[in-house]
Design a protein around this ligand. Structure first.
Ligand code: NDP
Ligand code: GDR
Length: 343
């Protein structure tokens, strides 16, 4: 039986990956940060919070000594580093915290692996945000990086330090460059879930207007449950490598909004441009409005990934369409809002 560590068990991907690894018979140590009100709603929703092979352990990425003890105590042979300050918007306000968690947190784990057991296989959660101001369309493993946020810069350090430990110390360090992936377990600060939760509230008469930032941003959105399968496959490969996971389809935020309202039979008409853009329903009532408060100091305009390498070498293939994903998220948020669920 294999033993793995997943940092960030309270996050979207941590929950799905834990579910997958438990199904495969792993013993899983899922790490969470000590806070005054830790929340395990995602693993509860997946029904794994009381699984006998899931152990929840306190760990903060910024503490090297904690990383060493974590590896010594668990004797894990696979580490999936999913924890991060993962919100791009906040990284502009908290660039130093973002660097210490997202960048230095990664080298802490790699240093611990190097000291405790260099045979551990390590997965680093890299991101399409590293492509930032894109240098090619679509982006793949060979596309030059140009990050556009403190988050993207921190993740770029984490990516390269993983590659460096692979080359310098022969550590099985894998970097998965994942494009945006969403699900009903997505945090509400991210745009897709903010939209699906607000659409549910508008449908149920609990909210009047959804306020958003840049509607023109284009993203390659996939289904998180399928992406964690790709992470696992990367660590089972014969050699450590870097892989892109993406759907190869890109849509604007505006189109995602239209799609989400369509899922509850509301047609939306767009008028105006930029800061003045508004979405109206058939009765002529404004239900979406742009609020520049949500604009970012520097934006990533368009992301679209080419997952050919993962398809060929790992047999990984995304199958859920954006329409299906959007529908699934809206339905989950309607159920939750009806039940008074607030996460
Ligand atoms: P989430 O924001 O849902 O989860 C992030 C996790 O990191 C949470 O469990 C959080 O804990 C934890 N965390 C934050 N800071 C620390 C810290 N100092 N010490 C320990 N744990 C910490 O992210 P996702 O699940 O969406 O993403 C997983 C990873 O993949 C992240 O690294 C993200 O940057 C990356 N990524 C995500 C993509 C996506 O589209 N979802 C795409 C590409 C990369 P807490 O609950 O306490 O905040
Ligand atoms: P992103 O995701 O920055 O791509 O990072 P997010 O959903 O936050 O933004 C996507 C795009 O939507 C635009 N946008 C808004 N975003 C938010 N959050 N709120 C709004 O109201 C809003 N209006 C418009 C943004 O400007 C942006 O262009 C996510 C995270 O999961 C990262 O951790 C991960 O690395 C990348 O995806 C790939």
């Amino acid at each position: 039986m294999k033993t793995s560590i997943i940092t960030g068990i309270t996050g979207q991907d941590g929950a799905y990956l834990a579910h997958l690894l438990l199904e495969k018979g792993y013993t899983v140590y899922g790490t969470f940060r000590r806070t005054s009100s830790v929340n395990f709603w995602r693993i509860e929703e997946l029904g794994i919070h009381r699984h006998p092979n899931l152990h929840l352990v306190e760990y903060d990425l910024t503490d090297l000594s904690a990383a060493i003890r974590l590896l010594e105590k668990t004797k894990a042979t696979e580490v999936y580093n999913l924890a991060a300050q993962s919100f791009v918007g906040v990284s502009f306000e908290q660039p130093v915290t973002t660097a210490s968690i997202t960048a230095v947190g990664t080298v802490n784990l790699l240093e611990a692996i190097r000291s405790v057991n260099p045979g551990i296989r390590f997965y680093q959660a890299s991101t399409s945000e590293m492509f930032g101001k894109v240098q090619a369309i679509p982006q793949d493993e060979t596309t030059p990086f140009y990050p556009r946020s403190p988050y993207g810069v921190a993740k770029l350090y984490a990516h390269w330090i993983t590659v460096n430990y692979r080359e310098a110390y022969n550590i099985f360090g894998v970097s998965g460059i994942l494009f945006n992936h969403e699900s009903p377990l997505r945090g509400k600060e991210f745009v897709t879930r903010k939209i699906t939760d607000s659409v549910a509230k508008i449908k149920l008469g609990k909210l009047d207007v959804l306020e958003l930032g840049n509607l023109n941003a284009k993203r390659d959105w996939g289904y998180a449950k399928e992406y964690v399968e790709g992470m696992w496959r990367m660590l089972q490969a014969d050699e450590p490598d870097t892989y892109v996971l993406a759907t190869n389809r890109t849509e604007t935020v505006r189109n995602f909004v239209t799609m989400a309202f369509k899922a509850v039979d509301i047609d939306i008409m767009w008028e105006g441009h930029g800061e003045r853009e508004v979405g109206f329903n058939r009765a002529g009532k404004a239900i979406v409005r742009v609020n520049p408060q949500w604009f970012r100091p520097a934006e990533v305009d368009v992301l679209i990934g080419n997952p050919q390498k993962a398809r060929t070498k790992l047999g990984w293939e995304p199958t859920t369409t954006l329409e299906q994903l959007c529908q699934m998220m809206v339905e989950a948020d309607i159920r939750r809002n009806e039940a008074g669920f607030s996460f």
